[in-house]
Design a protein around this ligand. Structure first.
Ligand SMILES: NC(=O)c1ccc[n+]([C@@H]2O[C@H](COP(=O)([O-])OP(=O)(O)OC[C@H]3O[C@@H](n4cnc5c(N)ncnc54)[C@H](O)[C@@H]3O)[C@@H](O)[C@H]2O)c1
Length: 161
């Protein structure tokens, strides 16, 4: 799960979802750009007897995402759920929004979701011996094999199984 970190035990969306997965019996790869935040969520999971691994990655950096997915698969096995919780709401009308803020929104909401899907779904599909999952996920906001733009319209924070 990407963006699952928390600070000071605060019940963020990411922490709440990670706890829910763990309570359902999943071993959770808790990924966040903030390594301490990832560890904080893992501590919450293990404190109640769950299983989790803290990992640090930036969802906008492909090498970072690929490395953390490999580490999660190595430690926990084939993933069955991918949850992207990383996203940002960038406020501003088209005539007032800065290009920097526009690009930040695209990077976190669109590129981040794309990179986490692209690097995780092949493992999920291989584990099931099928490619249907990838098609279903990438079709989340459109047709199979067409460019998805999750997050641009508030579509972030969804899980995929
Ligand atoms: N909070 C809400 O009420 C709410 C409501 C509807 C939709 N959403 C959407 O849900 C998503 C998550 O919201 P939230 O409130 O949980 O956000 P949040 O900022 O509290 O949590 C996001 C987590 O992602 C991490 N993160 C930030 N940048 C990252 C990066 N580049 N790589 C990896 N991790 C990174 C942060 O450290 C943080 O732990 C957003 O897209 C938001 O728009 C939130």
């Amino acid at each position: 799960m990407f963006g699952a970190g928390s600070r000071g035990g605060a019940l963020t969306n990411g922490r709440a979802a990670a706890l829910a997965y763990a309570r359902a019996g999943a071993a959770v790869a808790v990924v966040d750009v903030d390594a301490e935040a990832a560890q904080c969520t893992v501590d919450g999971i293990t404190a109640e007897g769950g299983s989790a691994l803290a990992l640090a990655a930036d969802v906008t950096d492909e090498d970072s995402v690929a490395a953390v997915v490999d580490a999660a698969v190595e430690a926990l096995g084939t993933p069955s759920v991918l949850h992207n919780n990383v996203g940002v709401t960038v406020l501003g009308a088209v005539d007032s929004l800065s290009t920097a803020d526009w690009e930040r929104g695209l990077a976190l909401n669109a590129t981040g979701a794309f990179l986490t899907c692209r690097n995780t779904l092949p493992h999920m599909a291989a584990g099931r011996g099928a490619r249907g999952d990838r098609e279903r996920v990438l079709a989340g906001r459109g047709a199979p094999h067409r460019l998805p733009l999750p997050g641009l319209h508030g579509g972030q924070g969804r899980s995929t199984s």
